[in-house]
Structures are given as structure tokens and as C-alpha cells.
Design a protein around this ligand. Structure first.
Ligand SMILES: Nc1ncnc2c1ncn2[C@@H]1O[C@H](COP(=O)(O)OP(=O)(O)OP(=O)(O)O)[C@@H](O)[C@H]1O
Ligand SMILES: [Mg+2]
Length: 450
């Protein structure tokens, strides 16, 4: 799947939203965990500091500070200076014991840096100080151990978040592409059906899940639709087929009557008209049968390489004079040869029908322009005229069988020319567009090129 398609895919968007939600949850949970842990460790540090302070200060006696000095010194020598700091100063600020000389601080608990204490390094300390008689006892604990523990926790959380992001995005893409594959199957089938391949069905996974259930219902509907269309096709083909023989007999009878009658009177004229009508009905049935035959798709088997430029040249050779006789001008624009895989005879018929329509339905002085261009993988044949045009609401209807605009009903024709064009286009997997040529109509057929 290409990236642009991926961004437009609903399963991918859903997966991405869930992945984002998952990532946010992991980050928020990690943040809360880190915050709680830090508060807990801070409280623990304060408790430990207070315990140590109480133990040391309990060795103080108002008239004898020897025990206190010994205890403090033994604590000071026990711990490395960046972890625990101890100091006993007298009223003049002179250090009596400990591993640093405390500045004169108010009583209580504080957070200070090693610079505040005149120590080297960049350690942060929690200090507790209190007056013991005339002297001040200060006990401190560094945050170093707690910081290193928090750093380890933070690194673990970052790793967990990175893994969660990878798992969420990777899992999301995997699940989304699986769901997208199934949707692509539906889109492909619908495209094939709309291109006339009514036998196409959505592939099922037999997973007995909700999607399979819906796809099965769509497939059942397609089976019914194909049956109906096939039935209609069959009926119109059968009628045309069944009526051909009696019609031909009627035509022959009229010809015989005409010959037997001989003279040029009203009866002879009526017989001629009835004969022409028979020809028209015959042509209509021929066209109906031809459309049914093309729609059945058997001609696809005889597809070969067809040069569309050469095909347009042929139409130009035949129809330039026909247009001129009608005082119209047919222009076939010079173009680069473009090949497609198709049925040459039917493709000629398709372009001829469009050109004949322009000639038949447009007044004198109309310019009929036929062109071929290549648009990426598509070959576009356009037939445009400067005639009366086809009103927008009628543009879809003119492809229906036997449909003609009101103003054309008095002209000869059966309203099957564009139905045949549509059947041929469908057979070749082509799209047809009718646009306004202001004035006139522009019909373009977009065929898959080689
Ligand atoms: N170039 C055009 N300009 C104006 N109207 C058009 C043009 N082409 C088709 N039409 C309209 O579309 C209708 C259907 O065209 P279609 O070719 O199917 O039938 P037809 O030309 O009337 O008969 P047939 O082609 O079977 O002899 C026409 O009757 C006409 O009203
Ligand atoms: Mg026509």
C-alpha cells in the first residue's frame, strides 16, 4: 500500500488513533509513577535523616558534649562526605566535630547544594539542624543515591515507552493492513461489477466474523443482481431473435407485393414505406442482439493489439466526405500512435457511432473534432461537436437502450447507438464521460492503454 493510500485508509487511521491513545496512556502512567516514586523517596530520605539526627542528638548531655562529639565524628568517618555530612559548631561558629563546617543556619530542615556548604562537587543535600544548648548540630544526607535510583527508573520508563510506541505502531500497521486488504477486496469487486463483470464476488475468509457476514450479504445481493440482469438480457435477446424470422418473411412478402403491383401509385408508395419500416425494425433487432452479444463478454477472448491512431485515420477517410455532404466539417487531430488491447472491429464501431451521432444530430456548419491523447496509463479518445448538445439531466439516460431525446424522435434511428458505445467501452474496461462543449457535446472514452 502506498503512503498516501495508507493515510486515507480508515483501518490505518483507527489503528493510529489507538496507538496514540496507548502511547499517551503509557507516558501518563510512567509520569505518575515517576512522580509518586520521587515523593516517596523524598519522604523516606526525610525520615532517615530525622532518625539519624535523633540518634546523634540523643548522645548529648547539657554539661558534657564529649559523647556527642565522639558519635558525630564516628558518623562522619563512617560515611563518604558526598553521602552524609555532619557538623557541630559552637555559638561563635567554630567547628567542634564533624566532616564540614556548617554555616550558621536557622533551625529546621532545608535543601542546599554543596556550594552553599562550601564543599566541592555539585551534590544536593537535605539538612536538618537544631540547637543543642549553646551549640548547633547539623546533619545532612545527599540526594545522590535517590537521584541514581530515579535515573534508573526514568531510563527503564523511557525504554518501556519506546517499546510501547514500536509495539503500538507496528501492531497498528499490521492490523490495519490486514483490515485494509479485506476492504480493498470489496473495492476491487465493486469496480469490476460496475465495469460490467457481474460474476465478480468479494473474497471471503470464512472467519465467521462480522465483516464476512456483511460481505456474504453483498455477494448474495450481487448473485440476485446478476440473475436479474442476465434475465433481462436474455429476454431482449430472445425477443429480437424470435421476431427476426417473421419480420424477414413480412419484408419478403412486401417486396413480392410491390413487384406484383408494379405501378407507381399510392399503394406502391405505402408498400415501399412498409418495407423501409421493416428494415428499420430489423436494424433495431440486429443492434439489440449485437449489444447482448457484446455484453456477454465472449469477444474478450479475441482481443489483440489495436493502434488507436490508425483507427481514427480510417474513420477520417470514410467520414470526412459524409460530413462534407452534410455541410459539416470533420477534423481528426494529428496524434501519437497509442496501442490498446481490444477488438478492432468493435472499437471502429464505437468511434463511428459517436461521429455518426454528431453528423446526424447537429445542423450544418457544425465542426466535429476527433482527438486521441495519452494520459498516463489511459488512452483518451474524444469526439466533440459544436451542435445543440445534450442537456445535463439527459447525459446519463442517453446510454439506455432505445432512449432518444424528444427532438430526435422524428429522425431515423433507434436510440441504440450510444448503448452499443457503452457496451463496447465496458467490454474494454473503459469509462465514458459526456461533457458540455459550450456549444455542443464532448464525449470522451478513457481506455486502459498498453
Ligand atoms: N452529438 C450529439 N448531439 C446532440 N444530441 C446527441 C448527440 N449524440 C447523441 N445525441 C442524443 O442522444 C440520443 C441517443 O443517441 P443514440 O446514438 O443512442 O441513438 P440515435 O442516434 O438516436 O439512434 P441510432 O444511433 O440507434 O441510430 C440521440 O437520439 C440524440 O437525441
Ligand atoms: Mg446514434
Amino acid at each position: 500500500m502506498r503512503l498516501t493510500n495508507l493515510r486515507r485508509s480508515t483501518p490505518f487511521r483507527l489503528a493510529l488513533s489507538f496507538a496514540l491513545l496507548f502511547i499517551l496512556t503509557v507516558v501518563a502512567t510512567g509520569g505518575i509513577m515517576y512522580h509518586l516514586l520521587r515523593n516517596g523517596l523524598n519522604a523516606q530520605l526525610d525520615t532517615a535523616l530525622n532518625d539519624t539526627f535523633q540518634v546523634i542528638s540523643s548522645t548529648y548531655a547539657p554539661d558534657d558534649i564529649e559523647d556527642l562529639v565522639t558519635t558525630l565524628d564516628s558518623y562522619a568517618n563512617l560515611k563518604p562526605a558526598d553521602d552524609g555530612v555532619y557538623s557541630l559548631i559552637d555559638a561563635s561558629g567554630k567547628k567542634l566535630a564533624g566532616n564540614f563546617k556548617a554555616p550558621i543556619l536557622p533551625e529546621g530542615v532545608f535543601t542546599v547544594t554543596s556550594a552553599d556548604l562550601g564543599l566541592k562537587g555539585s551534590t544536593v543535600y537535605r539538612l536538618q539542624g537544631a540547637k543543642l544548648g549553646q551549640n548547633t548540630l547539623v546533619v545532612g544526607r545527599s540526594f545522590a543515591q535517590m537521584d541514581s535510583m530515579l535515573r534508573t527508573v526514568l531510563v527503564s520508563l523511557i525504554w518501556a515507552a519506546v517499546l510501547a510506541v514500536l509495539a503500538a505502531v507496528g501492531g497498528g500497521i499490521f492490523l490495519a493492513s490486514r483490515a485494509q486488504k479485506r476492504l480493498d477486496g470489496v473495492a476491487r469487486t465493486m469496480l469490476e461489477v460496475s465495469n460490467g463483470q457481474l460474476e465478480s464476488r468479494i473474497p471471503l475468509r470464512n472467519a465467521d466474523d462480522d465483516l464476512d457476514h456483511v460481505f456474504k450479504q453483498i455477494n448474495d445481493a450481487l448473485v440476485r443482481l446478476a440473475g436479474l440482469v442476465e434475465g433481462m438480457r436474455q429476454v431482449s435477446a430472445d425477443i429480437a431473435h424470435e421476431l427476426k424470422t417473421p419480420l424477414n418473411r413480412l419484408r419478403l412478402t412486401l417486396e413480392e407485393a410491390r413487384q406484383a403491383h408494379g405501378e407507381q401509385d399510392d399503394v406502391a408508395r405505402f408498400l415501399d414505406e412498409a418495407h423501409d419500416e421493416c428494415d428499420q425494425i430489423n436494424a433495431t433487432f440486429e443492434a439489440l442482439l449485437r449489444i447482448s452479444q457484446i455484453e456477454a463478454g465472449a469477444r474478450r477472448l479475441s482481443f489483440s493489439l489495436v493502434g488507436l491512431g490508425e483507427l481514427l485515420d480510417l474513420v477520417e477517410d470514410v467520414y470526412t466526405d459524409v460530413a462534407q455532404d452534410n455541410r459539416q466539417r470533420l477534423i481528426v487531430e494529428p496524434c501519437r500512435e497509442t496501442y490498446i488491447n481490444g477488438d478492432r472491429e468493435l472499437l471502429v464501431q464505437m468511434v463511428v457511432n459517436l461521429v455518426e451521432n454528431a453528423i446526424a444530430h447537429c445542423p450544418p456548419d457544425t465542426v466535429i473534432n476527433v482527438s486521441l491523447r495519452r494520459d498516463g496509463p489511459i488512452a483518451v479518445i474524444t469526439v466533440a461537436d459544436t451542435g445543440p448538445g445534450i442537456p445535463a439531466p439527459e447525459r446519463d439516460k442517453v446510454f439506455r437502450r432505445l432512449y432518444r431525446l424528444d427532438k430526435s424522435r422524428t429522425r431515423p434511428g433507434s436510440g441504440l447507438g450510444l448503448s452499443l458505445v457503452k457496451a463496447i467501452a465496458d467490454l474494454h474496461g473503459a469509462r465514458i464521460e459526456i461533457e458540455d462543449n459550450s456549444p455542443g457535446v464532448k464525449i470522451s472514452v478513457q481506455l486502459p492503454a498498453l
